[in-house]
Design a protein around this ligand. Structure first.
Ligand SMILES: NC(=O)c1ccc[n+]([C@@H]2O[C@H](COP(=O)([O-])OP(=O)(O)OC[C@H]3O[C@@H](n4cnc5c(N)ncnc54)[C@H](O)[C@@H]3O)[C@@H](O)[C@H]2O)c1
Length: 297
């Protein structure tokens, strides 16, 4: 496998393209928006500069990586001749089903179709194609060039052969792949999101404040950042959407999103991306929001 298409040039897509290209793959980076492609390439260049500054790679590696990436706004053009597609478009079920229907007609039948989805069922995505045995989850973590884990999600029909090939491909990217089955939240988000939700409940019920909760988890559990700060990083809307997938998928009330999380998303306080969540984010520097109305009265 040498030719890969990455769909979506956003946060994850540009990181995935960067990583494949750095390890010698020819990458077609595809996005509906030219502006996203331009921003994606600018981000990759900046991140490569950082790797050069740290002497992790050379200027020649940087140039070779960039030369391995070609951008496309047309999916039809971008997927020509590729052996693997990694989809990292916006997390929306209808949008992803539509992309996979198109990929099924635009690519040869031996091409493996992977999705980087955080929460959508791989089995569901596979069901709109005529090759469910070749559809798989390849869940990279953010920031992709840095994080070692790739959660490899086997859909109901994904074959051993395809799973093994994707596990081996992940190792060639210097990642550590972990194979999991396709149930709501897979493993990473099934465990992480209830922890974040419980931290929000703890705040909502007035047990402790934002900083106290995060300090307990940072210093007590040796987490690199507290769960409320992490929620701001991930995006509160994304956390809410994943909890809804868990809640609906398992039908178990233990996954019900905290009303405070629902309120904050409704009020547009989605974390770093909107400048305010559990913290106020001023040009990347964090100020604690003192919000007495967080707690249930
Ligand atoms: N952000 C994270 O921390 C994270 C971590 C793991 C997995 N994911 C998953 O990765 C995927 C992408 O997330 P993101 O954070 O990079 O989103 P993003 O919003 O940063 O980027 C999404 C990109 O997809 C593009 N796009 C939308 N429709 C498209 C189409 N039809 N064809 C091609 N491109 C299209 C958009 O223009 C945008 O550039 C989602 O499935 C998300 O759940 C995100």
């Amino acid at each position: 496998m040498k030719n890969v298409a990455v769909i979506g040039a956003g946060t994850m897509g540009n990181g995935i393209a960067h990583t494949f290209a750095q390890f010698g793959y020819k990458v077609s980076l595809i996005d509906v928006a030219q502006a996203s492609l331009d921003k994606g390439i600018a981000t990759i260049t900046k991140n490569l500069d950082r790797q050069v500054a740290k002497e992790a790679i050379t200027e020649a590696d940087k140039a070779a990586t960039l030369a391995n990436i070609t951008t496309f706004t047309s999916m039809e053009e971008g997927v020509k001749g590729v052996e693997l597609v990694v989809e990292a478009a916006t997390e929306n079920v209808d949008l992803k089903l539509n992309i996979f229907k198109q990929l099924d007609t635009l690519t040869a039948e031996n091409v493996i179709l992977a999705s980087n989805t955080s929460s959508i069922s791989i089995t569901k995505i596979a069901s709109v194609t005529n090759r469910p045995e070749k559809v798989i989850g390849m869940h990279f973590m953010n920031p992709v060039p840095v994080m070692k884990l790739v959660e490899i999600i086997r859909g109901y029909s994904t074959t051993d052969e395809v799973t093994n090939l994707i596990m081996e491909t992940s190792k060639k990217l210097n990642k550590v792949p972990v194979e999991v089955n396709d149930y709501p939240g897979f493993v990473a988000n099934r465990i992480l999101m209830p922890m974040i939700n419980e931290a929000i409940y703890t705040l909502y019920e007035g047990v402790a404040g934002v900083e106290e909760i995060d300090t307990v988890m940072k210093l007590g559990m040796a987490h690199p950042m507290g769960p409320l700060q992490l929620a701001d990083f991930i995006g509160l809307d994304v956390c809410l959407a994943i909890l809804e997938v868990l809640h609906t998928g398992f039908g178990n009330p233990k996954y019900a999103p905290c009303p405070l999380l629902v309120n904050m998303v409704t009020a547009g306080k989605k974390g770093i991306k909107t400048g305010e969540g559990f913290y106020s984010w001023n040009h990347g520097t964090k100020d604690l929001i003192v919000a007495p109305n967080f707690a249930k009265k």
